[in-house]
Design a protein. Structure first.
Length: 202
């Protein structure tokens, strides 16, 4: 059965939605009901180009969302302008923010080797370790979705240098916390290597 046939059957009620589609639909419903502009969905080619820009395939719930509609606005990533400054800055910010705290605020992850006295060496170790951590894809402003594990339901993180907290147990819960009035404490979250170290509490 082709993906187009499966999509048609789900839309017509012939097949149940999978977890990725449920999360995507719930998140988009929250966005639409709170006045967030939604452009037409990314095409297969556009989605592939966006994933190539990030360097890894998007988790299935984010991919399902972008195949349905594209949230747009001044803080959303510009997935139709892959070379634009906003997307570039959003992609660079998590690593650069942590490196800043390594250099100027004394941060050192306990999972790294012993910190050298030389700041250049410390930066090299930090950047090498961060290159091995699961990549983060921008969702909105400084909110990010880890790309590992490659499964629906990864938590959304708020990332400001090493001030990193959970902002939702998944995309749908995140959308509710970000755009609706009131805060729902994130529920149990999927474990994400490296990034789990930071949100010790909410």
């Amino acid at each position: 059965m082709t993906s187009e046939t499966e999509s048609h059957l789900r839309q017509s009620g012939g097949m149940p939605k999978d977890r990725s589609e449920e999360i995507a639909d719930e998140a988009l419903s929250v966005l639409a009901s709170n006045g967030i502009a939604l452009d037409p969905a990314l095409s297969v080619r556009e989605l592939s180009a966006a994933e190539e820009r990030v360097g890894v395939a998007f988790p299935p719930d984010l991919a399902a969302l972008l195949r349905t509609a594209l949230p747009v606005g001044e803080r959303f990533p510009t997935w139709r302008d892959l070379d634009g400054p906003r997307l570039r800055d959003q992609l660079e910010q998590p690593v650069e923010g942590i490196v800043f705290d390594v250099l100027y605020n004394g941060f050192w992850h306990p999972g790294w080797s012993a910190r050298p006295a030389d700041t250049t060496e410390a930066e090299e170790i930090a950047r090498s370790a961060l290159a091995l951590a699961p990549a983060l894809v921008p969702i909105y402003g400084h909110r990010y979705l880890p790309l590992d594990p490659h499964a629906p339901g990864n938590p959304v993180l708020s990332v400001m240098q090493t001030d990193i907290i959970f902002y939702g147990a998944n995309l749908a819960e995140y959308a509710s916390n970000e755009f609706q009035h009131g805060w729902r404490e994130p529920g149990p979250t999927t474990k994400v290597p490296f990034w789990d170290y930071f949100p010790l509490d909410y």
